[in-house]
Design a protein around this ligand. Structure first.
Ligand code: ARG
Length: 460
């Protein structure tokens, strides 16, 4: 049938292009399982409250179960003429059950229906994403544990700053992911509120029981204003903001992997299955996966801006603009899931070259601060120590050697308080070990941080 559910007052059919332009079935078919869940809960409430007869509920339950099967097995035909997922399913239900199917939409509008569907979809997506983050976090912890004592140069301004443990560096990303998870879990509370019952915008004259529907669908609460319930998509925007931050963190790590894999650094190799070659330059192995993560971050940021822009000028309550919320949202979820999955796998296959890291740390006078701190402990004020060490670095630079390569006599030219024990702090290991406090880079602290993380992180 080509007849529209709502065409009763229309005097001519919708133009072909308009039909295509206004339809959302091309993408919102993905909401089908949530649409069915929502309809079942709604129908059960209609029956308990006596709004529809029990017999109709049974017909609706059977019909929706069959439709669910048809969709799962790929037998269901989605029709553009039925516009969206809601009308496609309702029309099929009516074909299967007659009047019972026609009664399902009592006390409901597609406006509160679609808002409910998206919330159910997003709630499930958040739960999947949180698990995938946990998997990635376990991978980071395992790698950090192997490299608690692997020394690399820590950078500021991408200039060698101070030596750090590679494990410690990885744990920085672990911490970012902890906050990303918290943001998603917090957002979930606001996603998990029931719009159904708001109907088109004003509520409904039937004696509905919204609490029953909320309980059945496991919503934490009921949206308390009908106009707000059908019109705002702030929960989706909030999710996209959390997603953009998460991708931003992965993008920063990607940028580092790309740099570290460049022969100029040579710190790591990414397993071949995450790289591609060049069609012209035979020597090339390119870090495509991290590059794409970095690139896709732009697209996720774009989705956030798209949803904010979609919302900003809409008068209350529902407007068709909101149909445009789905593609950015779906793409954000899909991209996040793929990125997290591929990332955990990629980190597991990372080859680390500790010697290259060590040589790089030795090249940039990474222990200069340690020498200054040494002088301070011998009584020199910090600012004077800073100046003294700057002189020593210039001297070593002229000799093209590291501070630790200077002899005791050479070092003593800069301060007569320097003694043989200075060489303990000038080594990379000494530098790391001295930063032995909560949050510091000493290997002992890295192990403690990993133990703490493991005690907090759910098993996957
Ligand atoms: N496909 C629509 C959407 O995604 C469903 C709601 C339509 N409501 C309406 N009054 N036209 O938003």
């Amino acid at each position: 049938t080509n007849k529209k559910t709502w065409s009763g007052r229309f005097s001519e059919p919708v133009a072909q292009l308009v039909q295509r332009y206004t339809a959302s079935i091309g993408f919102d078919y993905r909401l089908a399982e949530y649409d069915i869940q929502g309809s079942l809960a709604h129908a059960r409430m209609l029956a308990t409250t006596g709004i529809i007869p029990q017999a109709d509920l049974q017909a609706i339950e059977q019909g929706l179960a069959q439709i669910q099967e048809e969709i799962k097995s790929g037998q269901f035909t989605w029709q553009l003429a039925q516009e969206d997922v809601h009308l496609n399913i309702e029309q099929r239900l009516t074909a299967l059950t007659g009047d019972a199917g026609k009664r399902l939409h009592t006390a409901r509008s597609r406006n509160d229906q679609v808002a409910t569907d998206i919330r159910l979809y997003l709630r499930a997506a958040i739960d999947d994403i949180v698990v995938l983050i946990h998997v990635l976090q376990h991978t980071l912890l395992d790698l950090a544990e192997q490299h608690a004592a692997t020394i690399m140069p820590g950078f500021t301004h991408l200039q060698v700053a101070q030596p750090v443990s590679f494990g410690h560096h990885l744990l920085a990303y672990y911490e970012m992911l902890v906050r990303d998870t918290q943001r998603l879990q917090d957002c979930r509370k606001r996603v998990n509120q029931l719009p159904l019952g708001a109907a088109a915008l004003a509520g409904t004259s039937y004696p509905i029981d919204r609490e029953q529907v909320a309980r059945e669908l496991e919503f934490e609460g009921v949206c308390r204003n009908s106009l707000d319930a059908v019109s705002d998509r702030d929960f989706a925007i909030e999710f996209c903001a959390a997603a953009a931050l998460l991708m931003t963190h992965l993008s920063r790590l990607s940028e580092e992997l790309i740099l570290w894999m460049s022969p100029a650094f040579g710190f790591i190799r990414i397993a071949d299955r995450f790289c591609t070659g060049s069609s012209i330059m035979p020597q090339k192995k390119n870090p495509d996966v991290p590059e794409l993560v970095r690139g896709k971050t732009g697209r996720i940021n774009g989705h956030l801006v798209a949803l904010l822009t979609l919302m900003k000028s809409q008068p209350l309550a529902y407007n068709k603009d909101n149909q445009e919320d789905k593609e950015p949202l779906f793409d954000t979820v899909d991209t996040l899931k793929d990125t997290l999955t591929i990332y955990a796998d990629m980190l597991t296959g990372l080859h680390v070259n500790p010697e290259a890291m060590r040589q790089a740390a030795l090249r940039g006078y990474a222990t200069a601060t340690d020498l200054a701190d040494y002088l301070v402990k011998k009584g020199t004020p910090f600012r004077d120590a800073h100046e003294t060490v700057a002189q020593a670095v210039r001297f070593a630079e002229e000799k093209s050697c590291d501070l630790s390569d200077l002899s005791l006599t050479q070092l003593q030219q800069f301060s007569n308080t320097i003694e043989q024990d200075v060489f303990e702090v000038l080594t990379l290991e000494g530098s790391l070990q001295s930063r032995n406090h909560l949050g510091g880079t000493a290997p002992e602290q890295v192990h403690a941080a990993i133990r703490h993380a493991r005690s907090q992180l759910p098993a996957t």
